[in-house]
Design a protein around this ligand. Sequence first.
Ligand code: TRP
Length: 329
Amino acid sequence: MARVLSGIRSTGKLHLGNYLGAVTNFVKLQHEHQCYFFIADYHSLTTHPTPSNLHQHVKQVLVEYLAAGIDPEKATIYIQSDVPEVPELYLLLNMNAYLGELERTTTFKEKARSQPDNVNAGLLTYPVLMAADILIHQADYVPVGKDQEQNLEMARKFARRFNRMYKTDFFTIPKGFNFGNKLIKVPGLDGTGKMGKSEGNGLYLSDTNEQLRKKVMKAKTDAGPTASDSTVSEPIQNLFTIMEIVSKPEVMESFKADYANCSIRYGDLKKQLAEDIIKLIEPVRERIEEIEKDDDYLKKVVKMGTEKARESAKKTVDEVRHLIGFRPF
Ligand code: TRP
């Protein structure tokens, strides 16, 4: 069985785009592969969260992934900072990571530009920590979006370099996992681009039905179709795209027909869309509300995840130490 690993940023809550684009795929993967899902809380320190929100963010991500269907018995779900073998491997990998290659990473250059007062060494070595996350479980596959491809390439490079330096084939060279055309892209509600939190156009799994309705009713539209104009504007196309994902095919067809003969009322389209989105999100939100109250359950999940993750991590670190030349007295 292949080992699949995914690192999850512990910043903020999941929106419909994350849910349909990534999390539902992870839920399926856990039945087919040995999956590791972890919350990258050390990584979040590179952008300096405050002590008052660090834990809350970790908890939120954990709760939402569980609510979305990650099964802690099937997959290994854990928090990065609970596994001390990760920073140990990170330290060891740092010895073979070079300043020049780290400085050239796009994500580092971007962060150095966007937070010039806080160009810390953690930002510079971010790809090394990420490589440690991946290599610690000898992952075969890592599902990554475009923005993380270069970091995965660095992990591959560090693994190959280690194997070369210590004349071994110990480290598995991780590959990107491609969901191919199964990957759903959910557009935002503000007329352009995809759903994302920075754009403020997100429909969140934790949103109440009322919040969801309000957001959908406020979505950008246009002046309406005219007989002479056959092109569909981006805001309307986006609403249709979301409808295609969340609504029944006959509902979709009926609105498309109304659009084609110019009798469509965007208000009706949005009302329908909001209700269909609610049908999808409401059960997840109810599970979120249940799980977040259940401290005993969360404690149990974290304990189990930590144990499974450390068992696999320790095997790797023991062997790496041996290969490097550490010997017990
Ligand atoms: N850098 C990833 C992101 O920002 C999160 C991450 C940390 C990760 N470690 C990882 C992803 C290991 C995959 C594998 O989304």
